[in-house]
Design a protein around this ligand. Structure first.
Ligand code: XUL
Ligand code: CO
Length: 442
């Protein structure tokens, strides 16, 4: 049975195409730096937004019209979603997907029933994955929706909740192994606090680390070799989330000796909520060897929350791809569209159109970024800017061949200290040139 009857396979139709159901810049076969776009970009569908979202908001009920709505029994609906999702992946030509445990199967009345529901759906997915090109990029568990997690999951004050959360992650790791997941994500939805005044932050952070070590031990025990990923977010739903941003997360991982176990899954809208740019977070992770995967979306400049829009901002996608390409790609990670269509885009075909704009925006960003990397357009300026550290006193500093006494002796010989322009405006104009010329050539 087909769920998206009126949609045919989405094809690449070139930059001038007027067809909203065709790719303008994403050509899966086209090569960027010797690798196909499909291999480099590793796009994924977020099951929760695309197959679970009803598009309700705090002021109104859901508007989404979905072909699986005709089923009322939760398990029938879950099975219909699996059939519909593999049709969607195939028609869109997208190679990966991601899910939480509760996205794929409904919660039962107790943990045993919940896990049994998952088994039914995982069996179905396993069958689909056997004959499909599609792969699981990452899975995770939802340890934040159920009221049980009101005080957190592994950072709850209630040890029974810690145990329950662990039981769910144990299952998540087993499911990830069965379905051959490349990575496994931990987003600390309620791992943070509402008020510091009733919080034992030291114990909560120690427990979070204990939880991660136990998860790693179990993954090793069952031979699940997925890349573990922490997904930072500063707030929402908590007032303060412990893995606030990459720098907070990295300090935490180092303190608890987990830096070799995890990398980061960086979400654009989480970066901007933390007061950073998307590229800042990617850059900070990359220079520390911690860039694992990306949740590709964008926030809205006028709205101060996690709007999870499909990415369309070409500056953001270009600068993100600049970091990702400089990282040599994402290995076991990819570009997961943790993005939802707007409430006004409620038709099933809007799901395809939204992914198309996201895929096109990152494909174009990748082309622009690769050209800038090939031409050393920014690198040559940055190299020149720091050239004082490749010779003389600068080289002595970098090589560790100096000390405060020698530096003072040197400084006393300087008549005056001169600086050069940082050329920020020039760099922005270069970026514009690369964007415009790449679009013109597309
Ligand atoms: C929430 C968010 C999550 C994670 C997975 O803001 O981004 O959906 O990506 O739990
Ligand atoms: Co996310």
């Amino acid at each position: 049975m087909a769920y998206f009857d009126n949609i045919s396979k989405i094809k690449f139709d070139g930059a001038k195409s007027k067809d909203p159901l065709a790719f303008k810049f994403y050509n899966p076969e086209e090569k960027i730096n010797g690798k196909t776009m499909e291999e480099t970009l590793k796009f994924g569908v977020a099951y929760w937004h695309t197959f679970m979202e009803d598009l309700s908001d705090p002021f109104g009920v859901g508007t989404a019209q979905r072909p699986w709505d005709k089923f009322s029994d939760p398990m029938d609906k879950a099975k219909a979603r699996v059939d519909a999702s593999f049709e969607f992946f195939d028609k869109l030509g997208i190679p990966y997907f991601c899910f939480h445990d509760f996205d794929i199967a409904p919660e039962g009345s107790n943990l045993k029933e919940t896990l049994a529901n998952q088994d039914v759906i995982v069996d179905m997915m396993e069958d689909y994955l056997k004959d499909s090109k599609v792969k699981l990029l990452w899975n995770t568990v939802n340890n934040f929706t159920n009221p049980m997690f009101v005080h957190g999951a592994s950072t709850s004050n209630n040890a029974d909740v810690f145990a329950y959360a662990a039981a769910k992650v144990k299952k998540g790791l087993e499911v990830g192994k069965r379905l051959g997941s490349e990575s496994y994500v931990f987003w600390g939805g309620r791992e943070g606090y509402e008020s510091l005044l009733n919080t034992n932050m030291g114990l909560e952070l120690d427990n979070l680390a204990r939880f991660f070590h136990m998860a790693n031990d179990y993954a090793k025990e069952i031979g699940f070799d997925a890349q573990f990923l922490i997904e930072p977010k500063p707030k929402e739903p908590t007032t303060h989330q412990y893995d606030f941003d990459v720098a907070h997360g990295f300090a935490f991982l180092q303190k608890y000796n987990l830096q070799d176990v995890f990398k980061f899954n960086i979400e654009a809208n989480h970066a901007t909520l933390a007061g950073h740019s998307f590229e800042h977070e990617l850059h900070y992770a990359r220079i520390n060897g911690m860039l694992g995967s990306v949740d590709a979306n964008q926030g809205h400049p006028q709205l101060g929350w996690d709007t999870d829009e499909f990415p369309s901002d070409l500056y953001a996608t270009t600068l993100a791809m600049y970091e990702i390409l400089k990282n040599g790609g994402l290995e076991k990670g990819g570009l997961n569209f943790d993005a939802k269509v707007r409430r006004t885009s409620f038709k099933p075909e809007d799901l395809f159109k939204a992914h198309i704009v996201g895929m096109d925006s990152f494909a174009l960003g990748a082309k622009v970024a690769q050209r800038m990397i090939d031409d050393k357009a920014l690198d040559s300026l940055v190299e020149k800017r720091y050239s004082s550290f490749s010779e003389g006193i600068g080289k002595d500093i970098v090589d560790g061949n100096t000390d405060f006494k020698k530096l003072q002796d040197y400084a006393l010989t300087l008549d005056k200290v001169e600086n050069e322009s940082g050329n920020v405006e020039v760099i922005k104009s270069i970026l514009n040139q690369y964007l415009v010329t790449t679009i013109a050539d597309a």
